[in-house]
Ligand binder design. Structure first.
Ligand code: FES
Length: 272
């Protein structure tokens, strides 16, 4: 596990998000779907983020500034320094013959780097609004659907090898439809390397630490049993389906309550 202070190269707006580009220094980009812990200025707990883009000598993270931690990270300026640890966890299995990337909202964060590594496969992305959908410009060959259309409505009958990231209801719906889909799950994370047990999820009748055995898993994972402690979904969120991204709202709530954000949403709250 490597940890370094990295310097901000650029901080660019894209829709409601910020693309924070850091000088890579000695950190490796790792496998798409792995995550990094970013220490938000003035905050106690670091935030987990999937790597979004990996140009030469840079690491780029997509930030949704919805809570104090992600606002602090999104407010960094060129020349500022931030401590970054990673890459951590298990990413996507890239040995796939017919990949289809399926994502919702800020869950598209790992797809630009994933798409580059897989040779620009097709992608199916869902967003709440056209403003959020501006982030789809980061993902080559993407078909975009907007609320109330769901990404699961647009899934082809034979979707191939699905690699997905997004809100839990979307991932659950994909898991039901596509056997063997790779799902980038999220859970509250405080340490990122297996020490705090804050990221435990139900898996195959037992429990697993998502930061060690995930965040990318294949089926059999029910999500974090502590999610209900972080958020009390509204009736709409509880019924929202694929691609609608109720997760950012939940993460925002969690963050404002001082809870650890979850990893891929961090990408949602800095998924936080
Ligand atoms: Fe601490 Fe997973 S985040 S054990």
């Amino acid at each position: 596990m490597q940890s370094e202070h990295l310097h901000v190269v650029a901080n660019e707006p894209i829709g409601p998000y910020r693309l924070l580009r850091l000088g890579r220094s000695g950190l490796r980009p790792g496998t798409p779907g792995q995550f990094f812990m970013l220490e938000a200025p003035g905050r106690v707990l670091p935030r987990p983020f999937s790597l979004c883009v990996a140009p030469t000598r840079e690491l780029g993270f997509l930030v949704d500034p919805i809570g104090p931690g992600t606002h602090a990270i999104a407010g960094l300026e060129p020349g500022d320094a931030i401590r970054v640890t990673g890459p951590l966890g298990k990413g996507f299995d890239l040995a796939v013959s017919s990949p289809l990337l399926v994502g919702g909202g800020i869950g598209i964060a790992p797809f630009p780097y994933l798409s580059e590594r897989l040779g620009r496969p097709p992608a199916l992305l869902g967003f709440r609004t056209a403003h959020h959908a501006e982030a789809a410009a980061l993902v080559p060959n993407a078909e975009v659907v907007l609320d109330p259309t769901l990404v699961t409505d647009a899934l082809p009958a034979e979707p191939g090898d699905v690699l997905a990231c997004g809100p839990e209801p979307m991932l659950d719906a994909i898991e039901e439809r596509v056997a063997g889909a790779q799902l980038a799950r999220e859970a509250p994370m405080a340490c990122g390397y297996g020490a705090c047990y804050g990221c435990v999820v139900e898996r195959d009748g037992g429990y697993a630490r998502l930061c060690v055995e995930g965040p990318v898993v294949r089926g059999g994972t029910a999500g974090s049993p502590t999610s209900h402690l972080l958020c009390a979904p509204t009736s709409r969120e509880a019924t929202a389906a694929a691609g609608q991204s109720p997760a950012p709202t939940m993460v925002a709530r969690a963050s404002e309550e001082g809870q650890a954000p979850s990893p891929l949403s961090s990408v949602e709250d800095g998924t936080s």
